[in-house]
Design a protein around this ligand. Structure first.
Ligand code: ZN
Length: 322
């Protein structure tokens, strides 16, 4: 037996083959020294059969029980073999025993189930996200629709101050958008009387105060911003070394501002230029309102002429930032 001892197999004969077929079957399953002694092609050739006819005879009248070690549990297991290639395949890659096959199948099914669950969960999360965004979009649109400007708040105050509860239908149509905004905010209630061509507007007593606070808040915010972004601008002016005459600038150079500087239209500023070494200079630009705020003295309480205040500000060493 030699090397073939390691391979243990039994040929099982079934369906009562005749002598010739039995001989063919024995030749076919003759496995020694790690190889089949008769290749199917040779056998079919010798017996005037096609490969397929040979395969059918082998299958009809025989099979092999091959002993394999299950790679799952290392137990000896018998595998039913139907052809030489199946035999060789099973030697190379031992199949799992039935028990391990069942276990593996269960494991696959569990994994599959988990994957499906994860997909469902992700789908649900995505769905929730879409729904949430939909609600946000609705709220964002509503927010845009209901945001009112100072002008609109002033208009509402005007209605509160001047109009009775009833307004004409034409007035209502003319200011429909504004009134609709306040209606969406549920700050006013509107009742249309189309037959008698008037509209009744109801609102809480507190509305006027709310609108006034809204306008005042907006103002103080914008004023604060102006003071924050702009107090004084000062920088070094370098002498232009290629200066020849009044057609060339006396000073030239570049500067980089580290933050935004907003100079509002109509801002009155005080400027001053000081001599510096090597014919350079120093320039400062200060809003006059800032000087008055800095000195904490309103202008109408100042008896001197504004020019004197401004000049004094320029020469006071305390106000120099160089
Ligand atoms: Zn096993």
């Amino acid at each position: 037996m030699g090397k073939t001892q390691e391979v243990s197999y039994t040929v099982i004969i079934k369906n009562d083959p005749d002598k010739d077929r039995l001989q063919l079957i024995n030749q076919y399953w003759n496995f020694k020294e790690s190889a089949f002694k008769n290749k199917p092609k040779q056998l079919s050739g010798k017996n005037n059969l096609t490969s397929h006819e040979l395969f059918l005879i082998i299958k009809e009248y025989s099979f092999v029980n091959l002993e394999c070690i299950c790679p799952g549990c290392n137990k000896l297991t018998e595998v039913a073999i139907s052809s030489q290639s199946h035999f060789l395949d099973s030697l190379r890659n031992s199949p799992l025993c039935e028990e391990c096959k069942t276990k593996q199948k269960l494991k696959w099914e569990e994994t599959k189930k988990k994957v499906i669950e994860i997909r469902q969960k992700n789908h649900e999360l995505a769905q929730q996200k879409i729904e949430r965004q939909g609600k946000f979009n609705w709220a964002l649109n509503r927010y845009k629709e209901t945001r009112f400007t100072d002008e609109q708040a002033k208009f509402m105050i005007h209605i509160i101050d001047t109009c009775p509860d009833k307004v004409s239908l034409s007035f209502y149509s003319e200011h429909f958008v504004i009134l609709q905004k306040f209606k969406l905010l549920e700050l006013i209630h509107i009742e249309e009387n189309l037959a008698e061509k008037y509209v009744e507007i109801y609102y809480p007593e507190e509305l006027r105060e709310i609108l006034e606070n809204h306008i005042n808040r907006e103002h103080s915010e914008s004023e604060n911003q102006t003071y924050k972004t702009w107090s004084r601008l000062s920088f070094h002016l370098e002498k232009n070394k290629s200066y020849r005459n009044s057609n060339t600038p006396r000073f030239s150079g570049t500067i980089i501002f580290k933050e935004d500087i907003v100079i509002k239209k109509g801002t009155k500023c005080l400027y001053g230029v000081w001599d510096r070494d090597h014919d350079d200079a120093w320039l400062t630009l200060t809003p006059t309102s800032d000087i008055i705020v800095a000195k904490n003295k309103p202008i109408h309480k100042e008896p001197e002429h504004i020019a004197n205040i401004l000049n004094r500000f320029l020469v006071n060493p305390e106000n120099r930032d160089y």
